[in-house]
Design a binder for this molecule. Sequence first.
Ligand code: SF4
Ligand code: FES
Length: 364
Amino acid sequence: MNAVANIPAPIAMLAELTYRCPLSCPYCSNPVEMAKKDSELDTEVWADVFTQAAAMGVLQLHLSGGEPASRRDLVALVRAAREAGLYTNLITSAIGLTQRRLAELDAAGLDHIQLSLQGTDADMADRIGGYKGGFDRKMQAAEWIVEAGFPLTLNAVVHRQNLHQLPQAIEMAVTMKARRMEVAIVQFHGWAMLNRDALMPTREQAEEASRIVAEARVRLKGVLVIDYVPADYHSEYPKRCMGGWGTTGLNVTPDGTVLPCHAAQSIPSLEFDNVRDKSLSDIWYQGDAFNAYRGEDWMQEPCKSCDRRKLDFGGCRCQAMAIAGDAAATDPVCVKSPVHAKMAKLAADFSQDDSAELVYRKSP
Ligand code: SF4
Ligand code: FES
């Protein structure tokens, strides 16, 4: 083991198996420039990465994409992850999951499924996902998932265009027998950054969403657990992004690049290592990108002397880059940031732009 004093081992890994996806959601967190299929890691390399991750202390493996079911070797990948001793969670739109494939995934040891929801009816869901017929296929797959006995989490990304459907989305989670639901107000990274004008919720919507979630959490206690990511452009304090840079989790992209968070490639000063060249452990403990924003030495004022700095680590580095133009700056969500007012104005202006059209994600 290569552990380095004071650097905790990661506990979770997000494996972005492919950027291919039948849907084209305008808020996709994948980079706007995506790796092509021929640069994807093959089954064997992924299996080796899973073994290395487990040896480092990773417990949970999130298999995502794009659409992970677009990988023909998905069952073999799940089997390899289970053999490595990882808890496996498949994050999917369910397009491409048949009853037979679900049975194979079950036999391979898949532990949990997270199903994405683009809207609560076909009109909304198919328009946002950019895939006609997708909603009906998803609803069918949801039944199969529950029938097969998988614990199910429903992931709803909400934004100005579908926030009015939040109460129905919560009811759907209950009807589907999901045990958990993640309600995330869209985070502006990747493709969502190109769609801030079309997706930014109004402040009233953001506040209403918080009320709806708070009420549902009380009403559905013991039935459904709801995780909630509030609208950070309308917030006063940032969230602890990724649980803290280089403290908890890592992402591996389809071509084997290892990132501290899914949006880290938006920080131009960082260079990233690849599992084809170095061990995962070397990358986590010694990699420049992981060490860039670990601890507190990199912090500037006001974070440096703020008593919340151990709570939020200064917020999101990628958002600081995007809005303040400096990845080591205070996350502009924070009221103490010198550019907080700029962010609040952006939020207000974007949320009133009724002429904005969706820019759909393109597959590589
Ligand atoms: Fe967090 Fe920095 Fe704001 Fe303090 S100043 S609350 S540490 S983002
Ligand atoms: Fe990169 Fe928040 S998304 S640190």
